[in-house]
Design a protein around this ligand. Structure first.
Ligand code: ATP
Length: 297
């Protein structure tokens, strides 16, 4: 029996580009799906993709059409099931697709892979019991993302990012971090950010932990320690090209389970989606947590 494939399309992804492509997308999917049972569902609101993924029948493929936020919501609906994740990356960042090698396929190639390519498992992360696919960022980058929500609506793209970045820099006051790996304290001190990664990149290709491998049964962790405002501005260009890894205020760890504890609630994001700020994040890897169509392993 051929599998049932549900495409979950987020019209808001890619800054609304997906919504503008809806008809073309549906045509393409139905053209390529001959012989398969396929349905296309358009999300109506944030969180809807998780419900749709949960409701899909056992052993089906559920394909996230959008960016990392859409993938994140579908992952949340699939974890612990025998369903397979597909990804048609049309977001702004697409770091999950980059992690599993699907970002270079182009639209038709990605639809084809979602429909018919064999599936291989990847690790997932779990933070305070909630799954994530590619990234967990705690601290500075999440604060910038949060600030962007308050930015004036006329600011878009890079101006919006710079507004948010300098807004957070102006108020910069580093929390005190204690990082435990398997119950051992491995780092303590002021911290700009902590990234607990399954993927090497976040934020649309920023190689925060270039050595991360999503099939090694471990999370790769970067801790940025005490940074001044000027220090942050100095490290950013190096971060974009992966030249930050030898910076003396950066530390890297790899492992299965971490406890991230702060002296106050600190903002965080999973796969680029903000989660409620907390002073404690319990994080672990879920080895081979989800099968992904078109992932070569
Ligand atoms: N119908 C909808 N209307 C508005 N927002 C929606 C709808 N459906 C889903 N969303 C939200 O859209 C947001 C953005 O989606 P997504 O992250 O996939 O796109 P993106 O931001 O372009 O990509 P990336 O995260 O890769 O940069 C998500 O937070 C999701 O919850």
């Amino acid at each position: 029996m051929s599998p049932y494939v549900l495409f979950v399309v987020n019209p808001a992804a890619g800054r609304g580009r997906v919504g503008q492509m809806l008809e073309r997308l549906e045509r393409l999917i139905h053209q390529q799906a001959s012989g398969l049972k396929v349905e296309v569902a358009v999300t109506q609101r944030p969180g809807h993709a998780t419900e749709l993924a949960q409701q899909a029948p056992p052993q089906s493929r559920v394909v996230a059409v959008g960016g990392d936020g859409t993938v994140h919501e579908v992952v949340r609906g699939l974890v612990g099931s025998d369903k397979v994740l597909g990804v048609v990356p049309i977001g702004s960042g697409n770091d999950f697709a980059r992690m599993v090698g699907l970002h270079r396929l182009g639209l038709e190639g990605a639809v084809e892979a979602a429909l018919r390519a064999p599936a291989q498992p990847v690790d997932l992360g779990l933070v305070n019991q909630q799954p994530y696919g590619a990234s967990l960022g705690i601290g500075f980058d999440a604060a910038v993302a949060r600030k962007a929500l308050e930015a004036p609506t006329f600011l878009r793209g890079m101006p919006r990012y710079l507004y948010s970045l300098f807004g957070v820099l102006r108020e910069l006051e580093l929390p005190h971090l204690e990082l435990y790996q398997d119950d051992h304290l491995v780092y303590q001190g002021p911290s700009l950010l902590v990234a607990l990664m399954n993927a090497p990149t976040y934020g649309g290709g920023i190689p925060i932990v270039p050595q991360a491998v999503p099939t090694d049964g471990r999370l790769s962790v970067a801790v940025a320690g005490r940074f001044s405002r000027l220090g942050v501005v100095g490290i950013l260009p190096r971060l974009l090209t992966g030249r930050h890894v030898h910076h003396p205020r950066l530390r890297f760890f790899q492992g299965e389970a971490f406890l991230v504890r702060f002296d106050r609630p600190v903002p965080a994001h999973t796969d680029g989606e903000l989660i409620p700020p907390s002073s404690e994040y319990r994080v672990r890897v879920l080895p081979k947590g989800l099968a992904v169509a078109g992932f070569a392993g």
